[in-house]
Design a protein around this ligand. Sequence first.
Ligand code: PNS
Length: 162
Amino acid sequence: MRLAVYPGSFDPITNGHIDVLERSSKLFDRIIIAVVHNLTKKAMFSLDERVEMIRQSVAHIPNVEIDCFSGLLAHYLAEKKACAIIRGLRTVTDFEYEMHMAMINRELIPEIDTIFITSDKNYIFISSSAVKEAAMVGGKVEQMVPPIVYQALKDKYLSTRS
Ligand code: PNS
């Protein structure tokens, strides 16, 4: 049973994340989407909101599960007996950060490899932060996120204006 972990903030999940998941779900028996519970980083959506949006957005991928973790990713990977970390790679600007993270994880848990999945060209400009920024000033982000996320962003936008 080859289990991979796809860790991230997913604040919120985007169509780019889903593309990476659909691609990686064909390479592994099971994938756990591991949503980080980071007390020091302010997220727009609560952990429960992020998990619920992911749950509704990945229901069509049969071998994907959702979980949360806090603390060190390496500890979580060991606990789950994962064989790989999945990370999406869009452009060269991602590379330095991702390489650094992969190297730290290699140092902490050498038996686990980081697998980079490149997004479809239609998604390379999509990031959670860009989507949030655009949505908060009324930008149309409908094509960039799943419907449940689009609705949640619209609700946040409207609540900040009232
Ligand atoms: O979606 P993100 O914010 O780029 O995901 C980053 C994440 C959550 C994968 C990374 O920050 C992480 O693994 N955090 C857990 C703490 C840890 O293990 N740090 C050492 C590796 S950088």
